[in-house]
Design a protein around this ligand. Structure first.
Ligand code: NDP
Length: 334
């Protein structure tokens, strides 16, 4: 089979491409410009003509993916902006929403061989900030960020802008699917990862230019940029980027995943969990907050692992494995 991966040069997407190629699939990746194709072509050279790159300059343009979906069996739509620099929330919302509805429209119109579409959403479209510990599941939707952006516009917080873009994009995907499911031969699966960490294969000249989540990890764990309070109070859940790629592969190949929204999470952390692990592996790295007790820390937001276990069953890497491989990777690159 042949899989279309959008935004193929992204941190997560490169591992998704690799997971499919390693499984024997052919992959067509989309990038925004020719300059972003070069690194990918050399990275996957050993797969010969099983890997190709096509340019889709503007994913928000109507019919942008009409050519790209031809002869494709499955689609993994990962392209979407993830950064906290947007003034105008529409800088995130428009590409997130129109990129998603655009690829689905192309699959509807031109994707006669498409059997499954997997959309990379996020736990950002699941969670609601909370002051009491709470376990979130696939039943939950982040209405709060949409409301904040609607009310405050440009003055909304940066996380709210990003989270609103992901929530609105995922909702648009399900709305599109519900409206058109009787006309198409494909079904929809959505994967919702929390923070994604781990080694990188995508093109990055220096750590400062890493994608949002990997750069936050590097700044905190290697550079020691967070204060002692932040290290033990700020946390979330994580998934190793290689396990998330496996999650995308299983979301395409497992029949049972059909029509499901699936949280793909390895478990909760506070920054100090990664700092402790990294410091143990490399004593020259910052020790951080030495008063931290992982046994008594409270994780306000947790995610239910049940659906993922039942439908996909990824074997998740531990904090230790992810940390070790990420540090090895940074060192290998100098
Ligand atoms: P990256 O920034 O590494 O990759 C983002 C990809 O999307 C790139 O290919 C980028 O292309 C493309 N993209 C961004 N903005 C646009 C736009 N306006 N038009 C077209 N393409 C665009 O981030 P990640 O790999 O981390 O993110 C990939 C997906 O995973 C996103 O959907 C993100 O929301 C989601 N996600 C990420 C998490 C994380 O912790 N990293 C957690 C949960 C979900 P270009 O290089 O040309 O800008």
């Amino acid at each position: 089979g042949k899989v279309l991966v959008t935004g193929a040069n992204g941190y997560i997407a490169v591992w998704v491409v690799k997971a499919f190629l390693d499984q024997g699939f052919s992959v067509r990746g989309t990038v925004r410009s020719e300059s972003k194709a070069t690194h990918l072509r050399s990275l996957f050279k050993s797969f010969g003509d099983k890997f190709e790159v096509v340019i889709v300059e503007d994913i928000t343009k109507e019919g942008a993916f009409d050519e790209a979906v031809k002869d494709i069996d499955a689609i993994a739509h990962t392209a979407s902006p993830f950064h906290f620099k947007a003034e105008d929330p529409d800088e995130l919302i428009i590409p997130a929403v129109h990129g998603t509805t655009g690829i689905l429209a192309s699959a509807l119109k031109r994707g006669s061989s498409v059997k499954r579409v997997v959309v990379t959403s996020s736990c950002a479209s699941v969670l609601t900030p909370t002051t009491e510990p709470r376990v979130f599941s696939e039943e939950d939707w982040n209405e709060a960020s949409i409301a904040e952006v609607k009310e405050k516009g440009r003055a909304a917080s940066s996380p709210a802008k990003y989270r609103a873009s992901k929530t609105l994009a995922e909702r648009a995907a399900w709305d599109f699917w519900n409206k058109h499911k009787s006309e198409v031969r494909w079904d929809l699966v959505v994967v919702n990862p929390p923070f994604v960490f781990g080694p990188f294969l995508h093109e990055v000249d220096k750590p400062e230019n890493l994608n949002e989540s990997a750069r936050d990890w590097y700044d905190t764990v290697v550079k020691g940029t967070k204060d002692n309070d932040a290290l033990v109070t700020i946390g979330s859940s994580y998934v190793d980027v290689r396990d998330l790629a496996q999650g995308h592969l299983l979301a395409v190949t497992k029949q049972e995943a059909s029509g499901e929204r699936i949280i793909v999470s390895a478990g909760p952390w506070k920054w100090q969990d990664f700092v402790n692990t990294a410091h143990r592996l490399r004593p020259s790295l910052p020790a951080g907050n030495t008063s931290y007790d992982p046994a008594t820390t409270v994780h306000l937001i947790r995610y239910s692992p049940d659906k993922e276990r039942k439908l996909l069953g990824v074997k998740f890497r531990t904090i230790e494995e992810t940390t070790k491989d990420t540090l090895d990777d940074f060192e290998a690159r100098g």
